[in-house]
Write a protein that binds this ligand. Structure first.
Ligand code: ZN
Length: 222
């Protein structure tokens, strides 16, 4: 079963909770999928059962159509954030990266019919999460960059300063509807460059300009 981890391999005493996810938080990504730019954060959730480790393997299902990667900055909640919490970023204990796996064809069919898209976004193994790095409020305010490679090709690069709704705005918007508890995570949206995964792909995520690099490989699941 998935457990949150610190990159230091120190044990973490936070449980695994829900993942609140943000759609269309970068202008260029909204445009690449021909979606309008939202006027307030577009939120959806993955249950704890959807989360898995990014690496050594991640799984795609042969009969479910295209699994798109969406590389995202992930916040780990360290203490409860309510709708009236001031400075919500001080409750963030760590930052990591993740892939928000999306069954894009199924999602398109469901969207067209106006149906909920949970099965395309919240299935088991759809949230692939790296270990977390402890983070300060100042670092979160200063902006964080990340990159994603597929078989050595740079596919996505993100910078939290380019988000439509910044990290603080996201936490304020989320907690209007969903109280965030210790061990919950926030997947903050993907920049442009999403695309399908293929069996055998070698994947790499990098946080910041540092040597903080995470590796995984795509494996088929029947
Ligand atoms: Zn996403």
């Amino acid at each position: 079963m998935y457990q949150h981890k610190w990159i230091s391999e120190a044990t973490m005493n936070l449980p695994v909770g829900k993942a609140v996810c943000v759609g269309r938080n970068y202008v260029a990504h909204a445009k690449e999928l021909n979606n309008p730019v939202p006027s307030r954060p577009l939120l959806f959730m993955k249950p704890a059962s959807a989360l898995c480790e990014f690496g050594p393997d991640i799984f795609i299902h042969s009969k479910r159509g295209a699994h798109h990667y969406e590389a995202e900055l992930v916040l780990l909640v360290g203490s409860t954030i309510h709708c009236d919490s001031t400075e919500p970023l001080r409750h963030i204990a760590g930052v990591g990266l993740g892939l928000d796996l999306t069954l894009r064809e199924l999602q398109a069919q469901l969207k067209q019919k106006g149906h909920p898209w949970e099965v395309a976004k919240a299935f088991d193994g759809s949230g692939c999460i790296t270990p977390f790095i402890p983070v300060t409020q100042e670092q979160l305010h200063a902006g964080l960059t990340y990159r994603f490679w597929q078989n050595g090709t740079l596919r996505q690069q993100g910078n939290s300063e380019h988000m439509i709704f910044n990290l603080e705005m996201l936490l304020k918007a989320i907690t209007q509807f969903f109280t965030l508890h210790p061990g919950d995570i926030v997947m903050t949206g993907t920049p442009e460059g999403v695309g399908p995964l293929n069996v055998g792909d070698q994947l790499k995520l990098q946080l910041g300009e540092s040597a903080t690099v995470f590796h995984s490989k795509v494996v088929k699941q029947v």
